[in-house]
Every structure is written in structure tokens, then in C-alpha cells.
Design a protein around this ligand. Structure first.
Ligand code: AMP
Ligand code: GLY
Length: 426
């Protein structure tokens, strides 16, 4: 099977490895790719901004399946362009992608379909006065969100009215560009967060191991939000009772409603949850695999993952092509560049990956580049290191041993990934 993989992060590296492990006949082509992905894939030579050129490439190279990683391509309609050319794609249409690309749309969708989520109000730029007035009726903390895509950074949890007001002003003043031309003011939910990835053909679905991301930059969930600093799976906060509620009250009505709108959701539906007293509510939907959730969850998938995605793309998912490993846990730690999610330097040489991998870890590239035959840092999140263990404690212990073996200047990582999960076991 010839697979075209779109994307260049740790998520796509994890996807590349899982696809490659699906069988001997898998050939992967990638764009933009990264040095890690290119250990399993060949470069697919086309201009990624030109969707017609991508479709042409797929025809010429006899691509059997396209897997789209990042939300931007989905929200820009890449899946639609390819499907119109009868190319099998794993990833939702532009319309279905609005579940992620517009928070205003996503909240309206949830309320209309009785999907549990936080109370909210939305405002556009012309309604700034009303937004501030409404804010003055809210209790703190309060959550302010830019409507559009903002790389995980368009959400501010404000503890005081002053911070909330300043946030609204900066969003309407263009801090997030067009993404902030509408905003949401949302009730703060207490509880514990978890993520669930559902692979779906639009009707049928399979949920992968529930996981827990760590979005804040500093230990004990302090500091600004990032794209994600580490994950463990399975997250015990999602027990079987919670999982069943998520399936019945969230995933099934969502897929049903997408179908009814004429935009069946084919791809990976990411459900970001807040769980309080065993009651799950949606924090956000994403319309693609999570990053870094994918790096922690895919090592627990066995079998023909490529076949699963291909069958979903064809509209009739063959769930028995994979088996979920429920006997092990994983822990993923992100190695970042000091300064992220603010400013940081890049271009520092990375060493120790082979030493870390030798000891049974997966080291996924997130922000790396090859310069003069040397691997260097090239992003805020540089590497995602995952270990599998017979239980969470073992996975955590192993991953931190491996993390020590990898070195680059300005390496920063959180030392408490997975700790929140341990309280359920000990
Ligand atoms: P989002 O991009 O919508 O997932 O928001 C990023 C992060 O902000 C989430 O992972 C939560 O930690 C936090 N957050 C978002 N919305 C809420 C909310 N209503 N209540 C509490 N925390 C929230
Ligand atoms: N881990 C959060 C995301 O993928 O958006």
C-alpha cells in the first residue's frame, strides 16, 4: 500500500511508524516530513500549498491512502480536493473540520446536539462593549477563547477581571489575527482533563486508549498553555463508566449530527474532556490526531493500523484489523527548547537519540532539522520520548531514564509527567 502522509511533527512521526509496522508492503511518502519521518518514508515532491498538485502527485504515484496530520490542511479543504479526485483520504472535510477551526461553530454544535460542555457566550469584534459588560457579570476564573485556529495558544484562563478584560482587548486588537475576530467567554470547568481519540468512518468508530496531556509549560500545571508537554496512557480518570458516557453522550451524537448535516466525519475525532465526579464534559473537539497524545497512544495499537485507516477512508471500517494493548501503559515526555512557548533559540546539535532508543524507547522528532549532516533543534517542541511499561510507574521511570540520555543546548522538559495518574493506583 502506498501512503502519503501530510505533516511534519511528532504526531506524524508516530503515525509513520505505526503505518510502517502495519505490514511489509507499506511504502510511505511524506511532505513536509522531518528527519525522523524520513527514516521510514520517502520525500513526496510537491508544493504543499497547491492542493491540485497534491492530487496530481497522488494519481501519478499511485497513492492508495492519504493521511492528513495537521488541522490547517483539513480546515483549508485538502481532504475535499483529494476526495473529489476519488483518492482515499483519512481526514475530515472542510465543513466537518469546523468542529475545530471555529470554536463558535463547535460550541453551537454541542448545544444544539445536547453534548455536555461548559456554558458560554460568543461575541464578534463589533460587540466588544457587550463582551466586557457580560464579563462583569461572570465569576472568576473565566475562560476566553479566540474563535479560530491558534496552535493551542488561543485560550486564556483568567483569574481576575483585569486579566480577562485585557485578554479580550488584545484578541480584538488582533493578537491572534483573524482567529480572534470572534471570541468565546466560557464558564471555567473544574475537574481533571483527558483526551480520547476516536477513529471513525463516519458511522462506526473505535476509541484508542484514553490519555492525559499536560498543557502548561511548568510543573504542577503552572505557566502558559503550550501545544502539550507530555502525556500518559491509559488515563485512569477515564474508567469504563466514564468511557461509556463519552461514547454515548459525546462521540455517537457528534458523528450522527455530522452525518445529518451532510458532512460525515471520516478521520480521527479528538475529544478533549473535563471530568468531574465521573461526569465528562467537552473542553474542545479537534479533527485530527492529538499531539503529543498520538505519540503515547499509538504504541498501544497492534496489528494493521494502515488497513484500519484505509477501510475508514473507504467508509466501512474493519475494526478487527487492529488490537488494543490494554496490558501496558505508556508515558511520553516532550523535550522542548528553553523559552517555549515564548521565544527560543534553535539550531543546537542533538545527540544521544540512538543511546535512548537502544534502551527500548520511541524517540519521535517534533522540531528537528538536518543541517550539514547534523541533527539540530528546529522548534519549540523538539522531541517526544515515549516508553511502554507493564504499568504507569514503570513507563514513567523508563522514560525519564531515556530522557537523560538525550542532550542539546537549552533542553527543557517537565519532570512530573504521569504523576497525576499514579494516585489512582497507589
Ligand atoms: P482548548 O484549546 O479549548 O483545549 O483549551 C486549552 C486548555 O485550556 C484546555 O486543555 C484546558 O486546560 C483549558 N480550558 C479550556 N477551556 C476550559 C474551561 N471551560 N474550563 C477550564 N479549563 C479550560
Ligand atoms: N494535545 C492537544 C492537541 O493536539 O491539540
Amino acid at each position: 500500500m502506498n501512503i502519503l502522509l501530510i505533516g511534519s511533527g511528532g504526531r506524524e512521526h508516530a503515525l509513520a511508524l505505526a503505518l510502517k509496522r502495519s505490514g511489509d508492503d507499506i511504502q510511505i511518502y511524506a511532505n513536509p516530513g522531518n528527519p525522523g519521518i524520513f527514516t521510514y518514508a520517502e520525500y513526496a515532491d510537491f508544493d504543499i500549498k497547491d492542493f491540485d498538485a497534491i492530487a496530481k502527485y497522488c494519481k501519478k504515484s499511485k497513492i492508495d491512502l492519504v493521511v492528513i496530520g495537521p488541522e490547517q490542511f483539513l480546515s483549508d479543504g485538502l481532504a475535499d480536493v483529494l476526495r473529489a479526485q476519488k483518492i482515499d483520504v483519512f481526514g475530515p472535510s472542510q465543513e466537518a473540520s469546523r468542529l475545530e477551526s471555529s470554536k463558535v461553530f463547535s460550541k453551537e454544535f454541542m448545544i444544539t446536539n445536547n453534548i455536555p460542555t461548559a456554558k458560554y457566550k460568543s461575541f464578534n469584534q463589533k460587540e466588544k462593549k457587550e463582551a466586557i459588560k457580560y464579563l462583569n457579570t461572570c465569576s472568576m476564573p473565566i475562560v476566553i477563547k479566540a474563535d479560530g485556529l491558534a496552535a493551542g495558544k488561543g485560550v486564556i484562563v483568567a483569574d481576575t477581571l483585569e486579566v480577562a478584560e485585557a485578554t479580550i482587548n488584545s484578541m480584538f486588537d488582533g493578537k491572534f489575527g483573524k482567529a480572534g475576530s470572534s471570541i468565546i467567554i466560557e464558564e471555567f470547568m473544574v475537574g481533571e482533563e483527558a483526551s480520547i481519540l476516536a477513529i471513525t468512518d463516519g458511522t462506526d468508530y473505535i476509541t484508542l486508549a484514553p490519555s492525559q496531556d499536560h498543557k502548561r509549560i511548568f510543573e504542577n500545571d503552572k505557566g502558559p498553555n503550550t501545544g502539550g508537554m507530555g502525556v500518559y496512557a491509559p488515563a485512569p480518570v477515564v474508567d469504563n463508566i466514564v468511557l461509556e458516557k463519552v461514547q454515548k453522550e459525546i462521540i455517537e451524537p457528534t458523528l450522527e449530527a455530522c452525518k445529518k448535516m451532510g458532512h460525515p466525519f471520516i478521520g480521527c475525532l479528538y475529544v478533549g474532556l473535563m471530568i468531574n465526579n465521573n461526569e465528562p464534559k467537552v473542553v474542545e473537539f479537534n479533527v485530527r490526531f492529538g499531539d503529543p497524545e498520538t505519540e503515547a497512544v499509538l504504541p498501544l495499537v497492534e496489528g494493521n493500523f494502515a488497513g484500519l485507516l484505509k477501510s475508514a477512508a473507504k467508509g466501512k471500517m474493519k475494526k478487527d484489523l487492529i488490537e488494543l494493548n490494554t496490558e501496558h501503559s505508556t508515558c511520553t515526555v516532550i523535550l522542548a527548547s528553553e523559552g517555549y512557548p515564548g521565544e527560543f533559540e534553535k539550531g543546537f546539535e542533538i545527540d544521544g537519540i540512538i543511546a535512548a532508543e537502544k534502551k527500548g524507547a520511541f524517540v519521535y522528532h517534533s522540531g528537528t532539522a538536518m543541517v550539514d549532516d547534523k541533527l539540530v533543534t528546529n522548534g519549540g517542541r523538539v522531541l517526544a520520548v515515549t516508553c511502554v511499561g507493564e504499568d504507569l510507574q514503570t513507563a514513567i521511570k523508563h522514560v525519564y531514564q531515556r530522557v537523560e540520555k538525550i542532550n542539546f543546548k537549552n533542553k527543557y522538559y517537565r519532570k512530573d509527567i504521569g504523576k497525576k495518574g499514579l494516585k489512582y493506583y497507589y
